[in-house]
Design a protein around this ligand. Structure first.
Ligand SMILES: Cc1cc2nc3c(=O)[nH]c(=O)nc-3n(C[C@H](O)[C@H](O)[C@H](O)COP(=O)(O)OP(=O)(O)OC[C@H]3O[C@@H](n4cnc5c(N)ncnc54)[C@H](O)[C@@H]3O)c2cc1C
Length: 413
């Protein structure tokens, strides 16, 4: 007996987008979630969408996702609030200026609306940024953000339910049923579910979920953190996103204050397989020292941030929220999306590399189309999990950490 056309393991952004798009194709998806929808990485995201990417496929996915976010109500049937802020990419060194100039040339070829900022534009457009006029900046008017990440999760769910998506929360997938040469369903803590397709969208637990079926997926979870200051006069809610690439720092208005996150050079890898079964994102240790280093690096340009994080007592603005979670990094910094080798019927949507929240809209659309033989809009073949071949844990973590540390200056494709 078939209970569903597909079972999705994990109700994060990637799993829910895939399930919603399957439902829109007339299929019956069941999403099984160990905790609650959006409670892990997706609910902690900064909500940023970035049109400038390191290769053509990721650029396409990023821009398609922006388009799908802006038109969500039209194609999905539920509302999604999006802030059309635009963004600035800022370089304070000649090396990073050259890097941005290359990115701008490439991105323009791939269709992105990107141009050099004019003299004075940076200081006039971004009230929380106090430059000295010598910075180099690119304007990216297409970029957007979603103020509270949980609103995308709610929108996926609301739209999905309109089209037949079923969500089972507080229920873990404990086994993938592979009686012969292909997957026929899953076992959960509460039931068996028969389905010809299972999608592993388990985020930081992607490897464990694949291993339940004897599959291998090369992802290395790595910690990422951000903070939001208390409301501050220095921040105009209408300000754009700013990314200071030489410091690997991103900034945007949030709840009347400033959100700031960074990609440190020596991030913390954290494999849930080595943790107790109860391990969740709430157990990821947070370290404000990482964000203090970030704030010092941009103290002159973003005083509201250093006031909040590194002040020696004369605090004018405090930190209202400090949060973190796990990215799923891959050896080449690209998503892993497609059929898992040697396990027919098992697919994966993971390897977020820090962009899974935003790119979930286009990835879910393309993956559902691929699985069910409909128009995927783009060829996800280059992102298939089989591209890595066997990789040791040590090599995987080393490569994943490298990719994390080079988020704003990745290796060329
Ligand atoms: C602080 C922070 C800021 C970020 N900012 C951005 C940003 O600005 N833009 C962006 O694009 N991305 C951002 N990201 C990355 C983004 O959050 C992730 O790429 C995205 O959320 C990944 O979604 P996911 O569905 O793969 O994972 P998750 O949201 O973690 O979902 C996976 C789900 O699977 C469930 N699960 C695992 N195992 C099982 C099982 N056996 N049975 C049932 N359920 C299971 C988990 O409980 C979890 O809910 C950020 C991440 C962090 C931590």
């Amino acid at each position: 007996m078939v209970d569903a056309d597909l079972v999705v393991i994990g109700a994060g952004a990637l799993g829910l987008s895939t399930a919603l798009n399957a439902a829109l194709l007339g299929r019956r998806p069941v999403v099984v979630e160990r905790h609650t929808a959006g409670s892990q990485a997706s609910g902690r995201a900064a909500g940023l969408f970035k049109s400038v990417q390191a290769d053509e496929l990721r650029t396409w996915l990023a821009r398609r996702s922006i388009e799908l976010a802006l038109t969500f109500g039209d194609w999905a049937g539920s509302e999604l609030a999006v802030t059309r802020s635009g963004s600035l990419l800022i370089a304070r060194t000649d090396q990073h200026k050259a890097y941005l100039q290359t990115e701008a040339r490439q991105s323009a070829l791939w269709g992105v609306d990107v141009r050099e900022a004019r003299q004075g534009e940076l200081s006039s457009q971004v009230s929380y940024f106090r430059g000295d006029g010598r910075e180099y900046a690119l304007c990216c008017p297409e970029d957007i953000y979603i103020e509270e990440p949980i609103s995308l999760i709610r929108a996926y769910l609301e739209a999905g339910r309109l089209h037949g998506l079923e969500l089972l929360e507080s229920e873990a997938v404990t086994g993938v049923i592979v009686p012969g040469d292909r997957v026929t369903g899953v076992e959960t803590t509460r039931r068996s579910i028969a389905a010809p397709v299972v999608v592993d969208a388990a985020g930081a637990w992607t490897r464990q979920a694949a291993e339940l079926a004897g599959g291998e997926v090369a992802v290395a979870p790595v910690r990422h953190q951000l903070l939001i200051t208390e409301p501050a006069d220095a921040v105009d809610p209408a300000d754009p996103i700013a990314r200071i690439v030489d410091a690997a720092v991103y900034l945007r208005p949030a709840r009347g204050g400033l959100m700031a996150g960074c990609f440190e050079a020596a991030p913390l890898p954290l494999d849930p397989r080595a943790q107790p079964p109860s391990f969740s994102t709430d157990d990821v240790p947070l370290d404000i020292a990482v964000l203090q280093v970030m704030a010092r690096q941009v103290a002159r340009e973003v005083p509201v941030l250093s006031d909040a994080v590194v002040s020696d007592g004369a605090v004018t603005t405090a930190v209202a929220e400090h949060r973190g979670g796990l990215f799923t990094m891959t050896p080449d910094g690209r998503f892993v999306t497609g059929p898992v080798p040697d396990v027919p019927g098992l697919w994966v949507a993971s390897g977020c590399n820090g962009s899974g929240f935003s790119s979930s809209l286009a990835l879910g659309e393309a993956l559902a189309g691929w699985i069910f033989g409909r128009d995927p809009h783009v060829d996800l073949g280059p992102l298939s999990p089989g591209r890595f071949g066997p990789v040791t844990d040590e090599a995987l973590v080393k490569a994943g950490v490298w990719q994390y540390a080079h988020y704003y200056d990745p290796a060329p494709s």
